[in-house]
Design a protein. Structure first.
Length: 134
């Protein structure tokens, strides 16, 4: 479980992976998060939103680390869990489907105003804050 001491590392890692300073949004998210997990090179944030525990964002250095972070973020949920996966690790989609949830779209579009491609190291970006927010 992340502590406030972990937040600076989480914000720095997020900026590296997304190529953007999302510190204000993430700080607000962390203040209301149900769970936040930070590991070496990764993190996951989960919040309760109506009937769901929403997991995202998730950043992970490997598929195995992503699985561990997702499970840790979902731990103790008292409601259905929702995660909007990006395509960082294609093996995650069938793994999650094997856990029993209903599967949504196979790929989520990413748009970046004024750029030819998204900035940052998107190969480690597993799940966004929200589909509409990135």
């Amino acid at each position: 479980m992340a502590t406030p001491d972990d937040h600076a590392a989480l914000l720095a890692l997020d900026a590296e992976v997304t190529g953007a300073d999302r510190s204000k949004a993430l700080t607000a998210l962390l203040s209301s998060a149900e769970r936040a997990v930070v590991t070496d090179g990764g993190y996951a944030v989960a919040r309760n939103a109506g009937p769901h525990r929403v997991i995202g964002p998730v950043v992970a250095p490997s598929e195995e680390a992503a699985r561990d972070l997702i499970l840790a973020a979902a731990h103790g949920a008292d409601r259905d869990v929702r995660i909007d996966l990006l395509d960082a690790y294609p093996g995650l989609r069938p793994w999650i489907a094997g856990l029993g949830p209903v599967q949504g779209p196979s790929a989520l579009p990413t748009m970046v105003y004024g750029a030819g491609r998204p900035p940052g190291d998107r190969g480690r970006y597993v799940a966004p804050i929200l589909i509409s927010m990135g």
